[in-house]
Design a protein around this ligand. Sequence first.
Ligand code: PMP
Length: 339
Amino acid sequence: MQLKSLRVKMDRSINFFSESIADEVGNTPLIKLKKASEITQCSILGKAEFLNPGQSVKDRAALYIINELEKNNDLNNKIIVEGTGGNTGIGLTVIGSAKGYKTIIVMPNDQSQEKIVLLKQLGAEVVLTEKAPFTDNKNYIQLSKKIAQEKNANWSNQFDNLANRKAHIETTSREIWEQTQGKIDAFICSIGTGGTLAGNFLGLKHKNKNIKIFCADPYGSGMYSYIRKGNSKAAYSSITEGIGQSRITKNIEGIEFDGAFKISDQSALNIIYDLIREEGLFLGPSSGINIAGAIKLARHLGPNKTIVTVLCDYAGRYSNKIFNKEYLTSKGLTYPNWL
Ligand code: PMP
């Protein structure tokens, strides 16, 4: 049965104002992706996470992590330190500012300039480090832990902090269940920390264990081989940011996902470019990986299914990469003739 689109303004029309921007995290719309749905004869729906206050899916984890620190009275010195590809840092900084906290954000230096500049404009102290394996002292996660210890500040530790996936159990999956009126067959997204996929796995399976939960994995990430073969071997590389993982984080530990698809950067980019011109959606590369995964999943499950995925952030966060012909050519990637 085809799902009917019904947009009812709920919470926001009842409240006259919000106490702060932190109250505006979540309750994002679910938007039908027209072309993806048409070519698969399924309803492919995207959760519009770019509409969060910090303009990404990571606001949810940031809010839950801060709330948990507050609950445990851990925020006395008012400084939060995090290692991040950028989006969690942006979420922590926006919500942190609204609640009176400062942030120190540690990032690998290959992440987009747009995110680094935005973090500084938002008032974060940004520390850049070279790209290094997880066990190396220079690794951004290890460095963020060290800085937090040295400054006696709070390390938010998104990769292994279960408040991250709890945000998606209690908010994202509940919203998706309500927005689809329980008529959802599958959910798919990529893994960075794994909070989004694991939280929706736990939340949606609790409602209906038959809902299939799949991972869309970019090249250079070990999650496809972890889910399909049990070892997290990564091969090649990807221009995507914020996704891909070769470690079994606490957020995904013990979870048996239903399957995974490997997605190339080119197929993600082709979707991103088409969505801009054909559907008015201006999305970053991880959303392209997710939608390409949703299309593969639709073909795998057959017609007339409802599949939900995540529209993580805006394309503008990656302009110097995804709209830069020289950069794309240097990576062996093609771009549309309108670029
Ligand atoms: N897309 C983008 C753009 C991100 O920044 C992130 C988080 N790093 C993700 C997807 C993945 O989310 P999660 O950490 O919940 O796996």
